[in-house]
Design a protein around this ligand. Sequence first.
Ligand SMILES: *Cc1c(COP(=O)(O)O)cnc(C)c1O
Length: 398
Amino acid sequence: MSNAEWAARGEQVFIKTYSRFPAAMVRGEGCRLWDDDDREYLDFLAGIAVCSLGHCHPAVTLAVCQQAGKLMHVSNLFHTEPQIELAELLCANTFADRVFMANSGAEANEAAIKLARIHSGPGKYEIISLTGSFHGRTLATVAATGQPKFHQGFEPLPEGFIHARFGDPAEIEQLVTDKTCAILCEPLQGESGVRPLEPEYLQAIRRICDDRGILLIFDEVQTGMGRTGTLFAYEQLGIVPDIMTAAKALGNGLPIGAMLTTEKIAASLGVGTHASTFGGNPVAAAAAVSVLKIMLADGFFEQVGKTSRYFIDRLQETAEAFPTLATGVRGRGMLLGLVLTEKGIEKGAEIVQQLFERGFLINFAGMRVLRFIPPLIVSREEIDKLVGQLQEVLEGFK
Ligand SMILES: *Cc1c(COP(=O)(O)O)cnc(C)c1O
């Protein structure tokens, strides 16, 4: 079958929620993908910041295959080895003492929202999140998401979600009331255009939470699992959240999410208060255990840091070479964005399309920034190839 034939079949059966690239992917290895027309791509999207160890990392594939041959699912009515090992690794390497396993980022955030509410008690249910945020597509997480375009047509949304203007701690301070139970934010906004929150801003948010006795929830679904150069982004910020969520890269491609918190806060979720049939499924958990073991091995993050600095330099050089199209680079680790000018924004979708035609995958985050989220194992040669093609494409729009 060809890409075109697959696309025609897909068009007949899917609800049209996605605008897909015209390619049917059949195989992946490291930073490369191949489609059914046997075209090769260099992947700077990584399944949306998911395949952080690259496609089909041999150790992850082996862990998945071995677990699939032993036991695929029993539900959370039983213990399983991979799930326990995963929770132990997460607790040993973060601020957290307790974990709840989910299947996705939105589900992990739902668990965090429910925990913040039940922990805070009756009448304290409001959650403040930021404009430009993205927290998922379920009704509660879409209500938490601070972008009206995700709300339209789905009202009435669940009550109790309030949005504060990005970057302004004074506004958060004003919005906190007796009803507030938590502030929810991403340490770096990925979907709306790779916007880092300054450490001073996040520290101010932490102080507000402490002063007013409310919880700080970090949505590290995109920034976590090494994406910003440390296992979790909060490690670089001099503060610790009360609740944190992870998903995306946790299983390197298998669906798994986690909500992490302290012993004291976790005590508020008792038997029967929350559950998931598949959450922490043994096969997905086995994948996540192997991902964590690789990332926590000596030298992994040093290497990510070096490659990140190289990539930032090359993107910076690109921004300087095309001042009419780009103004600079932002982001941390391997969550990077080339910030476009007004003229660049007009051409953003076309730039992405032309790179796709040349066999390079990136995306246009929030319709304002070219986002680069390659596997963390990307090489300098692969970065050079991408930047070379990007500069040629930009040359055509100058
Ligand atoms: C992707 C993402 C989510 C939603 O995760 P899903 O697995 O798609 O439900 C939530 N928060 C952030 C910050 C994300 O990037």
